[in-house]
Design a protein around this ligand. Sequence first.
Ligand SMILES: *[C@@H]1O[C@H](CO)[C@@H](O)[C@H](O)[C@H]1NC(C)=O
Ligand SMILES: *[C@@H]1O[C@H](CO)[C@@H](O)[C@H](O)[C@H]1NC(C)=O
Ligand SMILES: *[C@@H]1O[C@H](CO)[C@@H](O)[C@H](O)[C@H]1NC(C)=O
Ligand SMILES: *[C@@H]1O[C@H](CO)[C@@H](O)[C@H](O)[C@H]1NC(C)=O
Ligand SMILES: *[C@@H]1O[C@H](CO)[C@@H](O)[C@H](O)[C@H]1NC(C)=O
Ligand SMILES: *[C@@H]1O[C@H](CO)[C@@H](O)[C@H](O)[C@H]1NC(C)=O
Ligand SMILES: *[C@@H]1O[C@H](CO)[C@@H](O)[C@H](O)[C@H]1NC(C)=O
Ligand SMILES: *[C@@H]1O[C@H](CO)[C@@H](O)[C@H](O)[C@H]1NC(C)=O
Length: 405
Amino acid sequence: MKIDMAIKMVFMAFLAMNMVRTSLCKDFYVTDYGAIPDGKTENSEAFLKAWEESCAYNGSAKFIVPKGTFFLYPVTFAGPCYNHSSPKVVIQGTLNAPSDLKQFPATRMAWIEFRVLSKLVVNGGGIINGQGHQVWPCVPRCGAGRKSNKMPINILFSQVHDTIITDIHSVDSKGVHLKIQRSLNVTVHNIDITAPGNSPNTDGIYSSLTNFLTLTNINIKTGDDCIAIGQGCTNVFIANIHCGPGHGISVGSLGAHENESNVAGLVVKNCTVSNTTNGVRIKTWGGSKPGKASNITFENILMKNVSNPIIIDQGYCQKYKRCSNAPSLIQLENIKYKNIRGTSFDEVGVSFECSKVVPCKGVSLEDIDLKYVGDDEAVTSITSSCTFALGKTMGFQNPNPCLSS
Ligand SMILES: *[C@@H]1O[C@H](CO)[C@@H](O)[C@H](O)[C@H]1NC(C)=O
Ligand SMILES: *[C@@H]1O[C@H](CO)[C@@H](O)[C@H](O)[C@H]1NC(C)=O
Ligand SMILES: *[C@@H]1O[C@H](CO)[C@@H](O)[C@H](O)[C@H]1NC(C)=O
Ligand SMILES: *[C@@H]1O[C@H](CO)[C@@H](O)[C@H](O)[C@H]1NC(C)=O
Ligand SMILES: *[C@@H]1O[C@H](CO)[C@@H](O)[C@H](O)[C@H]1NC(C)=O
Ligand SMILES: *[C@@H]1O[C@H](CO)[C@@H](O)[C@H](O)[C@H]1NC(C)=O
Ligand SMILES: *[C@@H]1O[C@H](CO)[C@@H](O)[C@H](O)[C@H]1NC(C)=O
Ligand SMILES: *[C@@H]1O[C@H](CO)[C@@H](O)[C@H](O)[C@H]1NC(C)=O
């Protein structure tokens, strides 16, 4: 009798434990909320219903997009969610954007937006396809009247904390593939980003106003910067990036607007840059407002047939924007280049065009080994070009450096 009771109690306890466990975890499949993966039905309502319930769930929730092709209008996955956590977002299928810009309100920055979320994880191996082909030919004209005159971002993360983005594929975005802004402690790793080399303004990853950002193991083939680190980014670590085609790995452009925040603390390591128009670049607008970018290190970078492998351009200007010949007021300080090697498509392998008002300070070049592989037979050796660039050199140097001390 006593033993029977004991067994019963253990069994009941076991049941109770299971009940607790099942009540703590729940999967929210968008297909259970009416989403249809036929590639034609528009699914944003079903996605938002599944999101709302998973976000409000008391316990650990998964928001799941199963395999299949889901056509989706612009959506915002907003928090905060229950207990300041977020559902795990598992995208296994393909998301297709409308190819027509008409489906994107002019005030809207992005196709898919995650905002005000903490402890967010996005993964699943799925494809986020921005269907950019139709709009690219009319950039920048078609951007006129839209927010910042920009094409929609594929995936925007705004005000996210303690977030991990991994194992997803961003394809053919209309504008920037992945933007991370006003955020804290964000890691992006093992993803890939693909768009044609001639797709305009399709930056791979663009970040601004973010502290503690880590980007590692990422393949990026696109039509603009593979990575662009904008104003107000601090404590950024970038490693194991394969970039190209594209415009290289950039800081900036800085100084386009008033009151921009400084960039401080960036390390870019162990990257390969192939067939790009720039390698590692810092760009600030001519006539820019005062500001600063400091403590930036580029280390172990392999260049393959890159135009402008190492470049600082403080008179940055784009043909369809206002251009100013006035000097930039962004101070660049403590910029290190170490073990940068490979091949340059341009005769000028190292170019530092700094501001005459605030010359670049503390530039350092250590073990630089670049060879010219361009098609101009008249060029016999690779060169450097410097204006207002102060710093020092160490170790092997090819081209001959031109920094002033
Ligand atoms: C959430 O769940 C926990 C235990 O699972 C429970 O103690 C708590 O009261 C629940 N909170 C709300 C608001 O229902
Ligand atoms: C809320 O989050 C805290 C910290 O992450 C965690 O310890 C706690 O168990 C969570 N509470 C509920 C009800 O999920
Ligand atoms: C950053 O976010 C990750 C993922 O949520 C978390 O594990 C880590 O503890 C966070 N780091 C800090 C310093 O809070
Ligand atoms: C820049 O900051 C100043 C001082 O805080 C302020 O007066 C001005 O309106 C700001 N400009 C812009 C464009 O935000
Ligand atoms: C970069 O490469 C070096 C040399 O191969 C290696 O020791 C180091 O661990 C790598 N660092 C990262 C962050 O991948
Ligand atoms: C560079 O581009 C050429 C011509 O398009 C291509 O054949 C080559 O494979 C590319 N190299 C790399 C390293 O991507
Ligand atoms: C830059 O690095 C130097 C030396 O490591 C440090 O003293 C300084 O505080 C850093 N500056 C910024 C803005 O991070
Ligand atoms: C090198 O880059 C140039 C300019 O981008 C390109 O025209 C050429 O095809 C590339 N060559 C190789 C061998 O990849």
